[in-house]
Design a protein around this ligand. Structure first.
Ligand SMILES: [Zn+2]
Length: 104
């Protein structure tokens, strides 16, 4: 069983979501205050790119909301999560940055 909150987040973000088929983790950095995850497949971006063509902004809202809700549930503080690059924009990866903004 994971011992720390950071280990819980890492296990969920890099392994569980992979098992669910939501994305493949390419890079993961997380220190409990901020983090970044880069994925090289997104089950949300690929169908939009295939059916509607290249988008002018990121489309993986589901993942942004999931990361934010997961972090806020584990840490009991508010988190800011943004998708800064998206496969649906024609990028090679989707990239998400997250940071704790404190509070409760
Ligand atoms: Zn995306």
């Amino acid at each position: 069983m994971p011992a720390t909150k950071e280990e819980v987040v890492e296990l969920d973000f890099t392994f569980v979501h992979h098992q669910l088929g939501w994305y493949n983790t390419h890079q993961f950095e997380f220190d409990g205050e901020k983090g970044k995850i880069v994925i090289d497949y997104s089950c949300f971006a690929e169908p939009i790119l295939a059916q509607k063509g290249k988008q002018d902004k990121p489309v993986c809202y589901y993942l942004v909301g999931f990361f934010k809700g997961f972090l806020e549930t584990v840490y009991k503080t508010e988190w800011d999560v943004q998708e800064t690059k998206c496969i649906a924009e024609g990028e090679k990866h989707c990239e998400f940055v997250m940071k704790s903004v404190g509070g409760a």
